[in-house]
Structure formats: C-alpha cells, structure tokens
Design a protein around this ligand. Structure first.
Ligand SMILES: C[S@@+](CC[C@H](N)C(=O)[O-])C[C@H]1O[C@@H](n2cnc3c(N)ncnc32)[C@H](O)[C@@H]1O
Length: 372
C-alpha cells in the first residue's frame, strides 16, 4: 500500500532526488525519462494498446505528455526539451518509438530499472528519515495506530497484535521483515517474542540508522540494505517472513512469493502479509475476494495454504483517524517543514476512503504456511 498514493509517491521520488551519476555524462532529464518509462513497465497494461493503468486507477499512455505528468515540475518543463532528450535516448537505442509512444528497449529496461530503484530508494531514505525524526509524525502514529512505531502503513495495534499472535514466534526463531522501513516494527516484535529479526529495506541510510539505534540489541536485530526483487539470502534462512504493505513495490508478486517460499525453513515456515487491493470502477468486484487478489492468486499458484483476515472495515477507521490526526497536527508538520507529509496523508486517506465507500478497496491479512 501507500500512505501517499503510489503515483504521487513515485513521481516525487523520481523527480526530486538526484541519482548517482553512474552513467557518466547522461543528462539528468534523460535519466528521469528512463526511470519513468521503467515505472510504466511495472504497471498493468490496459485493454487499449499502449495505455497503462496505475494504482490510483489513472490510465496514461507513455507519450511525451504522459511522461511529463510524472515530473514534479512537469507543467514547467518545455516539451521540446523533453523531445530532444527522448531523441538522444532513441539514438542510444535505450528507447523505441511507436507512433507517439515511447518504450524501453531491452538495454533501456536494464538501465531504466537501475535509475528507478535508485531514485525510489533515495526517495524513501529522504521520507523515512524525516518521519523518523518528526515529532508531528510520532504524535500522528500514536493517535492513528495506538503506538508510535514510525509505521509507514495502515497497520494499527489491533492488526499488529493479530500478526504477532498468529505467527507464534519463539526466541529460537529468525524472521525477516521485508521492506522494514525504520525498523521499529521489527524491533517491537523481537522485544515481545524474543525472536531474532532481520529487517531488509532499500532505503540504505534508514537501515544504517536502524542498526545504530538498536546496537544494544544486535544479538536479536539485524538490518540489511537490499532490494526485495533481488533477495540473496540462503534458502531455508527464515522461520517466518513478514511483509507489511510492501508487495505493491515488487516487480512480480508471483516471483517474489516463489522466492520467499524458498527462503522459509521447512516444515513450519510461515509467511505473513498485509496487503490492500483496489479495483477500477468498471472491473468486477470479484477480484477483491481474498483468493482473487494478486497475493491470494500468487500464494495458491505457489502451493501455499493460507488463512485470511479482512481488515477493510478496520482500515476505514484508520483512514478516518489519519485525516483527523493530520489536521490536528498540521501546524506542527508545517513548522517542521514537513507540510508535504501532512498533505500526502490527507490526500491519500481521502482517495482511499472514497474507494472503500464505493466497495472498490480491500485490506487483507494473509497467513500462509508451508504444507507439511
Ligand atoms: C509502505 S512502506 C512500509 C514500511 C514498513 N513495512 C511499515 O509497515 O511501516 C514500504 C517500504 O518498502 C520499502 N521498499 C519499497 N520498494 C523496495 C524494494 N524494491 N526493495 C526493498 N525495499 C523496498 C520502502 O523503502 C518502504 O520502507
């Protein structure tokens, strides 16, 4: 999921943060165009040729205008400048053009992915280090979730308690928190259960900070930087794997679950996932049934048995609390120079509430187990 809509979140990341200059003298606008085209690739193709459907239901074609809509200062960018950049990318054979749409070539896909991941991880580094150090955000978490664990999700203490209760972690066990953010949830789980936790996230600075903050618990807590799409742990490393609002960001949910299953230790390995799914107004609501969501389908196709808990109604209350708390804390957010966090929370909550009211948005907890 997202506390900001995926689109807003991703476009800001793509846009705001300079990426390392690995590709020599390639101008920044060209890198950004490649990253944006890579973002298109990670979204669903609609029935209409060339059109992509984004998580907030927007349908966009990868034309110059479509690409421009992902640049934060898009309106101010001269379309001719963008045209010149795409011409360069065409010349470098990183991009191909079909009528007025642009697509990545195979080499463009590789390079575009690097820029996309790099920009997104730096974006999260920036955002999560700000939420982690913000008094307003700490109070926001207390009001909304019942405790400040620097949550960047829709997980209140009721949901977290369910997760802990159902996982039944023992002190002898090791669990992975995939996309752990600031790592405070992993720390909380370890403090309660005594289990060893490994937190993985691609926000490298945030991970470094989490390790420093918990140095006195380093026998139980390890934080590692890494990409969820390229997990390099040994097979059978974990008794449990937790994914709280992170599977929206992987390239393939099916491939990720296949990999996670391999990382689980037989025979009792378990996988706990919190996941939201939205459907378009014209789509059948059947895809929102727990067994039909992307996660439900991927668990089944990978031979994992699972149980689910429907948290849609509970999450509706959380979103309502988010708006109230954000409004109450607005002044403090602004004073801290974190007005964008306040705005994103309110906007995202309003958008999601509308979809929940319309029966187009669900939130589930999945607990999957290796079959004995
Ligand atoms: C919505 S936040 C959830 C954070 C945390 N699980 C929580 O519940 O508070 C998504 C997290 O996934 C991380 N993330 C996104 N894409 C990733 C990737 N490809 N590899 C590793 N981490 C990723 C982000 O840095 C962020 O911490």
């Amino acid at each position: 999921m997202k506390l900001m809509s995926h689109l807003v979140e991703r476009s800001r990341m793509l846009d705001d943060i300079a990426c390392a200059d690995d590709f020599g003298d390639m101008p920044d606008l060209e890198k950004r165009i490649l990253a944006i085209l890579s973002l298109f690739e990670t979204n669903r193709k609609s029935g209409n040729a060339d059109e992509y459907v984004f998580p907030d239901s927007r349908r966009i074609r990868p034309t110059l205008v479509g690409i421009k809509s992902f640049l934060r200062e898009g309106a101010a960018i001269d379309i001719e400048k963008m045209r010149a950049s795409t011409e360069q990318l065409l010349r470098r054979k990183l991009v191909a053009k079909k009528s007025d749409c642009y697509f990545l070539s195979d080499s463009g896909k590789r390079v575009g992915k690097i820029f996309r991941i790099e920009r997104m991880s730096k974006g999260y580094d920036n955002l999560l280090s700000r939420t982690g150090n913000s008094k307003a955000y700490s109070l926001f978490c207390e009001h909304v979730f019942g405790k400040d664990l620097s949550q960047f999700n829709v997980l209140d203490m009721e949901q977290l308690d369910t997760l802990i209760e159902k996982l039944e972690l023992k002190p002898s066990e090791v669990a992975l928190d995939l996309g752990c953010g600031n790592g405070r949830i992993a720390e909380y789980i370890s403090d309660l259960t005594g289990a060893k936790m490994v937190g993985l996230d691609f926000a490298a600075e945030v991970i470094k900070n989490a390790q420093q903050q918990t140095v006195d618990k380093k026998d139980r807590l390890t934080y590692v930087p890494g990409d969820m799409n390229e997990l390099s742990f040994k097979e059978g490393s974990f008794d449990a794997i937790i994914s709280i609002d992170t599977l929206y960001f992987v390239e393939s949910i099916d491939a990720t679950i296949r990999r996670l299953k391999k990382l689980l230790k037989p025979p009792n390995g378990r996988l706990a996932i919190f996941y939201d799914q939205t459907c378009d107004p014209d789509e059948s609501r059947d895809i929102l049934l727990p067994e039909n969501t992307k996660v439900g389908v991927a668990l089944s196709s990978n031979g994992l048995a699972y149980e689910t808990v429907d948290y849609t109604t509970n999450s509706k209350d959380i979103w309502i609390r988010e708006i109230k708390a954000a409004e109450e804390l607005k002044e403090l957010f602004v004073k801290e120079d974190n007005a964008d966090i306040y705005e994103d929370r309110v906007q995202d909550a309003k958008r999601t509430l509308e979809k929940i009211e319309d029966g187009r948005h669900v939130r589930y907890f999945y607990l999957a187990k290796l079959k004995k």
